[in-house]
Design a protein around this ligand. Structure first.
Ligand code: NAD
Length: 282
């Protein structure tokens, strides 16, 4: 594909997705509503590339090429005009995403692939106001997108087969491992991740074992690279609580957040970002 890739939202995920696109040879337009956020995002791309060079994962040549492929803008229309692919990574708010894609549809080429990086919202719902929902799909990257290989390609009832194939092919061409998932709450990754996470928290609550030993059970016994409690600390207890509440509403009581999770969130123990969760951090 020779047309530019537009990435909407220059935050944690957007700057990382833009980095992947730029490294893979696409002219990449990174768009944000905020000048400051855009600057931070571009800086994030720069420092990730510098680290890649330091660690020998990226060559100096690749770093230069990726930076020359990257364009930052605070103008949505110019970001998506002529783009072959638009990937949205703005906040997890269905109306905001609907409005944004409404504007995207007016300015992007008719055949452009439109993708959302939503981690939990319904693809069908985001596409509701669109004229061309068949070109809309979920492309759920993982944090950080330039390190983690999984992309969940989530198809709604109106997403066309060709759109799913285009999204799968795009992810593969970026060196990712895409999986195809129907548009259900939690898709595949969050549903399984939260199931394990809430059960591990219930086990702490019931004093079955220490957090270290519960994590070791999964790390050593099942070869998970990180136990479910360490992972909860990394993602943020508040973030996991929100997802568990959403899944409990949509899928039933088995996802009901444990009392301990609610208490820790209300005490401000949100994990690594606040220095305390199931573990403590400097
Ligand atoms: P973030 O808060 O780090 O970044 C969001 C960015 O969007 C900010 O820079 C903000 O200025 C910008 N923004 C706000 N309104 C906008 C608008 N109308 N148009 C353009 N830009 C706008 O958020 P994030 O963590 O990068 O999450 C973005 C999306 O990715 C969400 O849907 C989230 O669920 C999903 N996601 C997040 C993670 C994660 O680990 N953080 C992982 C997978 C998916």
């Amino acid at each position: 594909m020779s047309e530019p890739v537009a990435v909407l939202g220059a935050g944690t995920m957007g700057h990382g997705i833009a980095l992947v696109a730029a490294l893979n040879g696409h002219v990449t337009r990174l768009y944000d509503v905020s000048e400051d956020a855009l600057e931070k995002g571009v800086q994030g791309v720069r420092s990730a590339l510098d680290k890649g060079v330091e660690r020998g994962k990226t060559s100096e040549e690749e770093r230069k090429r990726a930076l020359s492929n990257l364009e930052g803008t605070v103008d949505l229309e110019s970001a998506v005009t002529g783009a072959g692919v638009v990937i949205e990574a703005i906040p997890e708010d269905v109306e905001l995403k609907q409005d944004t894609f409404g504007q995207v549809e007016k300015n992007a080429p008719t055949g452009a692939l439109l993708a959302s990086n939503t981690s939990s919202l319904s693809i069908e719902k985001i596409a509701e106001p669109l004229d061309r929902p068949e070109r809309f799909v979920g492309m759920h990257f993982f944090n950080p997108p330039y390190i983690l290989d999984l992309v969940e390609v989530v198809y709604g009832p109106d997403t066309s087969k060709e759109t799913v194939e285009d999204a799968m092919a795009l992810a593969r061409s970026w060196g990712k491992e895409p999986i195809q998932v129907r548009d259900v709450p939690g898709f595949a990754s969050s549903r399984l991740g939260i199931a394990l996470g809430v059960e591990a928290i219930r086990m702490v609550e019931e004093d079955v074992a220490s957090p270290e030993d519960i994590d070791a059970a999964m790390e050593l016994g099942y070869n998970h690279p990180m136990g479910p409690l360490k992972l909860t600390d990394l993602v943020g207890l508040d973030v996991r609580l929100d997802i568990a509440e959403h899944l409990a509403r949509e899928l039933g009581a088995r996802f009901e957040p444990p009392q301990l999770l609610r208490e820790m969130v209300s005490e401000g123990k949100l994990g690594k970002k606040t220095g305390e969760g199931f573990y403590t951090y400097d």
